[in-house]
Ligand binder design. Structure first.
Ligand code: GLC
Length: 431
């Protein structure tokens, strides 16, 4: 057994570039953030109505997978269990599962099948934290963290018993559903304390028995990629709700990475949330990630009935229309060896360089260091030619000479009208 995943899995993941994250669970019913149990300090009893009323009658994972594929995504990661503890499959070691609700049917298997049918890679998100398990200690992020009586009652809880459960469930997930591409554990917090500095009893590698867990994952699924939230290094790192300013590194060495991002700041379905990112911003985030050799895992929180709501679908459709025209600047692309001008991002595939313009300039764009290196240029959306002007000190602009350029600069002449796409891309054929 090796400590690193096969190179083929790494390259497949890098080529995908864009994936769907799905956060779905009982919290979809209160519909006010997947941390609702924590935020509102709900007890198991308070939370029980969501279990009792879970009835995803419109669940059609094929429709999810199709929406993802049409948006240009190539893999999907589902929350098999989130921090609330509710399992989306019929786990042998738990009664807190979909199988024990009135609905009664496994949700994970149909998801996996739908992804495969639509040609998507499959990943499982699995929460390390569990706010329902009777042996999970009441710590600083637990919903009952301020309830002294509950804490006193829970004093004898044994995390080792919970860790056995975590390992057993991971084994089920990675045994019962065929080949799985990604295992996405979430999360460790060994140093979290209470605001007054008193010990928070945070959890980390010793609690989860992370080394042993990771070894088991690799044994069950030799080709899988594992994320970095077990409090030990994984195969890829997971910047969350921010865009890194340069390619991610670990100990100064470039590392495989995937930014995970929400549509509106919440991962679970959040009915009244109005903080939706525009499709333009989301496309820019995708481009930005790829230009730094990263992936984007974009989340949708389905409703309690099992659908993507119309706002999410409309956003995915807009991204999909952009991807239809611009996929070749994203899929399989890598960072470029050139520095992009202000407000632009480069990606590269072989001898084609892709210039993404986040803000449309007036008339020209100057590419320093590219003079003599480009044999043809076109807008990617409609393959219309973009003229090149190679600058020299005598370069004329009307009856003046252009400032700020050198003989190393390649200047492109742009139309005044920005192409009618979310982010215009110029395809440069390197000579
Ligand atoms: C977090 C949150 C969570 C979300 C996740 C996604 O750590 O606890 O609710 O599932 O990150 O990255």
């Amino acid at each position: 057994m090796t400590d690193t995943p096969p190179a083929a899995s790494v390259e497949k993941f890098r080529d995908w570039r864009f994936g769907l994250f799905v956060h779905w669970g009982l919290y979809s019913l209160p519909a006010r953030h997947e941390w609702v149990k924590n935020r509102e300090r709900l007890t198991d009893e308070d939370y029980q109505p969501y279990f009792d009323h879970f009835e995803p009658d419109l669940y059609d994972p094929r429709a999810w997978a199709r929406a993802a594929r049409e948006a240009g995504m190539r893999y999907a990661v589902l929350t098999t269990k989130h921090h609330e503890g509710f399992c989306l499959w019929d786990s042998e070691v738990s009664d807190y599962t979909v199988a024990k609700t009135a609905w009664g049917k496994d949700l994970v298997g149909p998801f996996v099948e739908a992804c495969r049918a639509e040609g998507l890679g499959v990943g499982f998100y699995h929460s390390l934290i569990d706010w329902h398990h009777p042996e999970f200690p009441i710590d600083v992020v637990h919903p009952q963290r301020d309830d002294e009586e509950a804490k006193a009652k829970a004093a004898g809880r044994d995390i080792a018993v919970y860790a056995d459960y975590l390992h057993a469930q991971t084994r089920e997930l990675l045994t019962n559903y065929g080949p799985i591409d990604i295992m996405w554990f979430d999360f460790s917090y060994p140093n979290h304390n209470y605001p007054d500095g008193s010990p928070g009893h945070g959890k980390g590698r010793d609690d989860w028995r992370s080394e042993e867990l990771m070894a088991m994952v690799r044994e069950l699924q030799p080709d899988i990629l594992i994320n970095d939230r077990l409090d030990i290094p994984g195969d890829f790192v997971t910047p969350e709700q921010y865009q890194p300013d340069s390619p991610m590194q670990r100990d100064g060495v470039p590392v495989l990475w995937e930014a995970c991002q929400t549509l509106n700041g919440s991962w679970g379905y959040d009915r009244d949330n109005l903080d939706w990112k525009s499709p333009e911003l989301l496309v820019k985030m995708l481009v930005d990630s790829v230009s730094k050799d990263g992936n984007l895992l974009l989340n949708v929180g389905p409703t309690g009935r099992g659908e993507f709501d119309p706002r999410a679908l409309a956003t995915l459709a807009s991204i999909g229309e952009w991807m239809r025209l611009h996929e070749r600047s994203i899929r399989g692309a890598r960072p470029a060896e050139y520095t992009a001008p202000a407000d632009c991002r480069f990606t590269q595939k072989g001898d084609r360089l892709y210039l993404h313009l986040f803000s449309w300039p007036m008339g020209h764009i100057h590419l320093h260091g590219l003079a003599g290196k480009v044999k043809y240029a076109q807008l990617l959306n409609d393959a219309s030619e973009i003229k090149r002007i190679v600058n020299d000190p005598h370069q004329q602009a009307q009856n003046t000479t252009m400032g700020g350029v050198s003989s190393e600069t390649l200047t492109l002449k742009l139309p005044i009208q920005k192409p009618n796409v979310l982010v215009p891309v110029i395809e440069l054929f390197l000579s």
